[in-house]
Design a binder for this molecule. Structure first.
Ligand SMILES: N[C@@H](CCC(=O)N[C@@H](CS)C(=O)NCC(=O)O)C(=O)O
Length: 219
């Protein structure tokens, strides 16, 4: 299997974690989003949306959209580290948590939105940074409220087994704290679960800072 990703892509992070949790061999090829490679005609043949991730299966099938890929991985490899609970109600809760990040927050901070705000609408970098911080922080607050209030929360988002909700939560935290200036201090439940997830190799090794192309840490 081959994944097209990028070191700082939060959607690619989600798929990278799931591939590792499922123990699936894959290679990753970087599409430099900051250099605009997602718009290259060759890449648009792979994903006409001009976004990563895209997952190329061994038979040549191309999958896109991180949630669709997570669901495909779960359906295809259900017994390798299951990432969804068994009952419809619990599965709905896990998916609902996923969509806080995937549907409601992440789409507000992707490169095409950042560029439209700062360049096309001429809002500039400072106002755009405020937007990115605001929506990322709002999403952390919503995660924290739900994870605190709902009795199904355990060591992880849903009980004591890792699920796709944890993958989506982790991607949200990685972007919010790593790129958009948010703090986890106001959100103790999110902080606690994120710290537990970082003990798991698949989550830690998938972090942007470990990927080829990531900037070296400041000396
Ligand atoms: N909803 C999609 C989002 C895909 C997406 O927008 N990915 C970003 C990187 S995290 C991207 O490639 N953006 C390119 C751009 O905005 O130009 C998913 O979850 O896969």
């Amino acid at each position: 299997m081959k994944m097209y990703g990028f070191w700082r892509s939060l959607a690619a992070y989600r798929v990278r974690v799931a591939l590792k949790l499922k123990g699936i061999d894959y290679e990753e090829e970087g599409v430099n989003l900051l250099a605009g490679e997602q718009h290259d005609p060759a890449y648009l043949k792979i994903n006409p949306q001009g976004a990563v991730p895209a997952l190329i299966l061994d038979d040549g099938t191309i999958l896109s959209q991180s949630m669709a890929i997570l669901e495909w991985l779960e359906e295809t490899y259900p017994r390798q580290n299951p990432l969804l609970p068994t009952t419809p109600n619990n599965r709905a809760r896990v998916r609902s948590l996923c969509h806080i990040a995937v549907s409601d927050s992440h789409p507000l901070v992707v490169p095409r939105i950042r560029s439209y705000l700062s360049k096309d609408l001429a809002l500039g970098d400072a106002t755009t940074a405020k937007w990115l911080n605001h929506w990322s922080d709002r999403s952390l607050a919503i995660f924290n409220d739900r994870l605190t209030q709902e009795s199904q929360t355990g060591r992880y988002c849903h009980g004591d087994a890792v699920s796709i909700a944890d993958i989506c939560l982790a991607s949200q935290v990685v972007g919010a704290t790593g790129f958009f200036g948010c703090s986890l201090e106001p959100y103790p439940k999110v902080k606690q679960i994120f710290e537990s997830l970082m003990q798991i190799a698949a989550f830690e090794k998938s972090l942007p800072k470990h990927q080829p192309g990531a900037p070296a840490p400041a000396a």
